[in-house]
Design a protein around this ligand. Structure first.
Ligand SMILES: NC(=O)C1=CN([C@@H]2O[C@H](COP(=O)(O)OP(=O)(O)OC[C@H]3O[C@@H](n4cnc5c(N)ncnc54)[C@H](OP(=O)(O)O)[C@@H]3O)[C@@H](O)[C@H]2O)C=CC1
Ligand SMILES: CC(C)(CO)C(=O)C(=O)O
Length: 342
């Protein structure tokens, strides 16, 4: 049997650690799509300073490419899996669906979304109705500190299971998710596990990412400092966690009683850890606000669940994102037709 063909789209922090873990397992051959780090990786390879794998120097996956391969042309073999590890920013093109479309073989390629947020699978269900969709909820810590230089500071940890894609039989999707875990973690040494109830895990994680990520970004503060202020935790973080818990309940997902403690005590207090959204904000990058804050809020509104804190935080995040878009020249600050505040 040949190796399983995996295309990784978005080879930054999480994508690089996944590329390395997959190739290290010996059962996958990875084609990594790289963008700003492409030249550096092709010339000098990728350096990974890893808490788990040690100092990896000048590493290269099986193939490095600078655009998503078009499998319809027939000169590239189809991919068994596409792992998406871009930041998910649907408010700025290309969307994930548009980005990966050339490499998706209908009815064959399983698409693994290793991205934060809820409802990230929704646009892909519409676009790829015959492909298994897989949810990877990642707790891995990894950052690209310079081009093709990765700092991997928390062990690779993922909970993986199938999303529901109505036209794909659930057993086919489940099997694709189990097989992905097998090739990723063939010796069972990694904390990368198949979890049938992965939707619950994703909701639980959004309690952290929907609260800590935007509040740290607004305050430009690390989590330890936030925890030193009871106002920040009691008046901002805990209300959002409770709102997310109620929204999850309205979606049929019960989150355990330890949720508040888990969110408020997740990170060590001696490292100055800042959630990924805050790191993006400080770098002047666009932020993943729609699936981390916007979608929980929209689910609240659909289910008539009060979510006043999320609503205020979403408004502030939209304002911050608009400023970043203006700075990048992708949003022209002008009154749209129909704006009543002109
Ligand atoms: N980092 C972490 O520790 C954790 C991250 N996550 C989640 O994992 C996902 C990935 O995060 P992370 O690894 O930090 O992100 P990074 O910003 O480190 O990496 C994203 C990569 O995707 C590339 N990319 C983005 N858009 C495109 C495009 N259109 N075409 C080609 N390449 C593209 C970026 O290229 P370029 O640099 O050129 O923009 C970059 O290399 C996110 O959803 C995040 O929330 C979850 C848990 C922990
Ligand atoms: C907290 C972390 C690193 C996952 O555990 C994360 O999801 C983020 O920073 O967005």
């Amino acid at each position: 049997m040949g190796k399983t063909r995996v295309l990784i789209v978005g080879t930054g922090g999480i994508g690089t650690v996944s590329a390395f873990s997959l190739e290290n397992g010996g059962q996958a051959e990875v084609t990594a799509v790289m963008r700003s780090n492409y030249d550096a990786a092709v010339k000098n390879g990728i350096d990974i300073d890893s808490v788990q794998y040690g100092q990896i120097k000048a590493w290269k996956p099986t193939a490095i490419v600078n655009s998503v391969p078009d499998v319809s042309k027939g000169d590239v073999a189809p991919f068994d899996y596409i792992l998406v590890t871009t930041k998910n920013i649907p408010d700025v093109p290309p969307t994930v669906a548009d980005l990966i479309a050339p490499a998706v073989t209908p009815g064959k390629t399983a698409i693994v979304l290793s991205q934060n947020g809820i409802n990230i699978e929704k646009p892909l269900i519409l676009r790829f109705p015959t492909n298994p969709l897989i949810s990877s909820v990642a707790y891995t810590g990894a950052t690209e500190t310079a081009l093709a230089k990765i700092y991997h500071d928390d062990d690779d940890c993922q909970k993986i299971g199938a999303f529901t894609n109505p036209q794909v039989p659930q057993e086919v999707a489940d099997e694709a998710a189990k097989r992905y875990v097998e090739i990723y973690n063939p010796e069972g040494k990694l904390d990368v596990l198949y979890v049938p109830e992965v939707d619950k895990v994703r909701w639980r994680k959004i309690a952290y990412n929907g609260s800590m990520n935007p509040i740290a970004s607004i305050l430009r503060m690390d989590v330890a400092h936030m925890r030193m202020s009871r106002h920040i935790i009691d008046d901002l973080i805990v209300p959002i966690v409770l709102e997310v818990r109620a929204i999850a309940a309205a979606n049929g997902v019960t989150l355990q009683d330890d949720l508040i403690h888990a969110v408020t005590h997740q990170d060590p207090t001696d490292t100055g850890f800042k959630p990924s959204m805050c790191q993006d904000f400080e770098k002047g990058n666009l932020m993943e606000i729609e699936n981390l804050v916007g979608e929980p809020l929209r689910e609240a509104e659909k289910a008539n669940v009060p979510a006043p804190t999320l609503k205020i935080v979403y408004g502030i995040m939209k304002g911050l994102q608009a400023k970043i878009k203006a700075e990048k020249g992708i949003w022209e600050p002008k009154f749209e037709p129909g704006n009543p505040y002109e």
